[in-house]
Design a protein around this ligand. Structure first.
Ligand code: ADP
Ligand code: ZN
Length: 615
């Protein structure tokens, strides 16, 4: 069981045993930051809360206790069947007995699993919250539970961005099994949500680990939305840049996901859609095709992602702005889980804000959500290091610019935007503050749209005074002006623009306004490359690229033979380490990152032979 023998010497022994197990079952040499502290806490019977970003290695915090516990299994509560199945598959591949109980399995199978648990044959039991709370009273009192692990624990909180009412029933766990430690894990929670998790799960003096949210391997970028054609071009560039790897394109609606997918396929790109409107079979097929690499791009709504544990996602593009930083951070966190460089690009627009505000108005939790949206909008418009903005959102100190975001790589060029602001302000004044951003842009650019003529806007003095700028440029500059407080948007009155006192002073020439030059996403990369930033990032890895490609081929053959996704055989990071170390013997092979005994005995000979052949 868990919770006995907590003297110092026994903890040292425990740590040694844990390290041996880590090596044997996973092929890892050391714990990641935070992991051991949490394992130690729960092994001594204490409750714990773990906040680690996606890819930080949360699952080890409950998998290792399952291996260490002398008796009983760890019960893992997980919200998604796909997530459970992936984890069970990955554990089984490492030779660790795990199983999932859920409604997609036949009853007979679920019963068999439970028999295995009672018999002590299963170390990790994955289960949905509904199922757990329905079954727990029927479990016999000697059902050996070593620990409860609550994954995605933020779902329990109203303050979180992803509240799920069924999670609240988990507050009954402590009452049912007061002696069993509870471990709550999440990748996303601000302070309020964190405190709420502790309160609702009735945790007693929990050990808390707040991991760093920094993901230095992710290059962060945000651009004003370049329109549908520009977005497609950008995504095609990504696919060309990473021809062997995959990426995700998040869309705001099912329809836009489908349109994008159709356009990509028309250009010969292996793409698929994923959204909540698909039937379960189609969703499952899309999920599988993406995991095993038959499709390279998934065009998805936010319905996609929770279950995605794929190491080699090299890029994530958001075609629209997410509603809050928590979601955004979680979605981009799916890229670069193997620790190798990956890119996250956000396209934002004023239109997104309007749409999201409408959703929020209908959401019931208006104040919390509006504040979250406001913070997201500031991130998009940030003219300071984006990583610093993100980290400070999660209450983490960041005192240095990161050098790996668009602001650091390609600092915004400032210019005197007073005249632009005056044109916009005067346009608004002449319509008696009766237009929103879109109409204003039409007026400034001299659009011949029927509504413009019907409302007599083509006779205004400001009609066409901004025709020298593109639509995208105007949208960007007006967005900046709103951010800087030149205009207010009357969201409650058809989103019309109203000049603020600051705006009025600028209009009268009493105040200047500095803006940042519009950046075209397509050419932004060239500027960065010119600065040598991209070149430098690739050069610090002295890996034989051709060998890695060759090993990927071997991995693909193995995947086909074993009928499982390639990354389950070995991750990209493992292949890179193989290429770097070029082991000749089984012992040397076991030194490679991500190669444990089980995988060494299953695939080792093939890999060693392949390396030989390559030599
Ligand atoms: P999270 O659940 O926090 O998103 P995971 O638990 O899925 O992250 O871990 C992400 C990846 O890191 C997995 O491939 C996992 O095997 C790997 N990992 C976990 N712990 C370690 C470790 N101590 N050393 C090396 N890799 C690790
Ligand atoms: Zn930066």
């Amino acid at each position: 069981m868990i919770g006995q023998n907590t003297s110092d010497t026994s903890m040292t022994e425990l740590r040694e045993r844990a390290l041996a197990l880590l090596r044997r079952f996973y092929g890892y040499k050391s714990f990641r930051p935070g992991q051991w502290g949490v394992i130690e806490a729960v092994m001594s019977g204490r409750d714990a809360v773990v906040l680690m970003p996606t890819g930080g290695g949360k699952s080890m915090c409950y998998q290792m206790p399952a291996l260490l516990a002398s008796r009983g299994c760890v019960v893992v509560v997980s919200p998604l069947i796909a997530l459970m199945n992936d984890q069970v598959q990955a554990l089984t591949a490492n030779g660790i007995p795990a199983a999932a109980v859920h409604s997609n399995n036949p009853d007979s199978y679920n019963r068999e699993v439970m028999d295995g648990v009672y018999a002590g044959k299963i170390k990790l039991l994955y289960i949905s919250p509904e199922r757990l709370m329905a079954d727990i009273d029927r479990w016999s009192p000697d059902m050996p539970v070593a620990m409860f692990a609550i994954d995605e624990a933020h779902c329990i909180s109203q303050w979180g961005h992803d509240f799920r009412p069924v999670y609240t029933s988990l507050s009954g766990l402590k009452e049912r099994r007061p002696d069993v430690p509870v471990l709550a894990l999440t990748a996303t929670a601000d302070r309020l949500t964190r405190d709420d998790i502790v309160a609702q799960l009735r945790l007693r003096n929990p050990y808390c680990y707040l991991g760093s949210f920094d993901r230095p391997n992710l290059t962060l970028r945000a651009f004003p939305n370049p329109g549908p054609a520009g977005r497609v071009r950008y995504i095609i560039d990504m696919v060309r840049k990473y021809p062997q790897d995959s990426g995700m394109a998040y869309c705001l609606s099912r329809k836009s996901a489908e349109t994008l997918d159709a356009k990509l396929r028309a250009r010969g790109i292996r793409s698929c859609v994923y959204h909540a409107g698909l039937d379960p079979a189609a969703r499952d097929a899309a999920h599988k095709a993406f995991l095993n690499g038959t499709v390279q791009v998934v065009c998805a709504t936010v319905a996609f992602g929770m279950g995605v544990d794929k190491g080699n996602i090299r890029w994530v593009v958001h075609n629209n702005m997410p509603a809050n930083i928590e979601s955004y951070y979680q979605e981009i966190g799916r890229a670069g889980r193997d620790g190798l460089p990956a890119e996250a690009t956000l396209f934002y627009s004023y239109g997104d804000i309007v749409t999201l505000r409408q959703f929020i108005a209908e959401s019931g939790r208006v104040a919390v959500n509006q504040e979250k949206l406001r913070r997201m909008d500031s991130y998009a418009h940030s003219r300071v290091c984006r990583r610093r903005v993100l980290l400070s959102y999660f209450s983490e100190e960041a005192v240095h610019d990161c050098g790996n975001c668009d602001i650091c790589l390609n600092p915004p060029v400032r210019f005197d935007g007073t005249v632009l602001a005056q044109k916009a302000l005067s346009g608004v004044m002449r319509t008696q503050a009766s237009v929103g951003v879109f109409t204003l842009v039409d007026i400034l650019r001299g659009s011949q749209r029927q509504e413009i003529r019907q409302r007599g806007f083509d006779r205004l003095k400001t009609f066409g005074v901004g025709a020298d700028l593109s639509r995208e440029e105007w949208m960007d500059y007006l967005g900046q002006m709103i951010q800087l407080g030149v205009f207010e948007v009357a969201y409650e009155r058809g989103n019309v623009l109203r000049p603020t006192p600051l705006g009025m002073r600028i209009l009268r020439g009493e105040e200047q306004l500095e803006l940042s030059r519009y950046v075209d996403p397509q050419t932004a990369g060239e500027h960065e490359a010119a600065r040598g930033a991209l070149a430098a990032r690739g050069a610090d890895r002295p890996v034989d690229k051709a060998l890695v490609e060759y090993l990927k081929g071997v991995r693909k053959e193995l995947a086909a033979e074993y009928g499982c996704p390639a990354f389950m055989i070995f991750s990209d990071a493992t292949l890179e380490d193989l290429a770097r170390r070029r082991p000749r013997t089984m012992d040397e092979l076991l030194d490679v990152h991500g190669v444990g005994e089980k995988k060494a005995s299953r695939f080792g000979h093939r890999m060693l032979r392949a390396l030989d052949a390559y030599r």
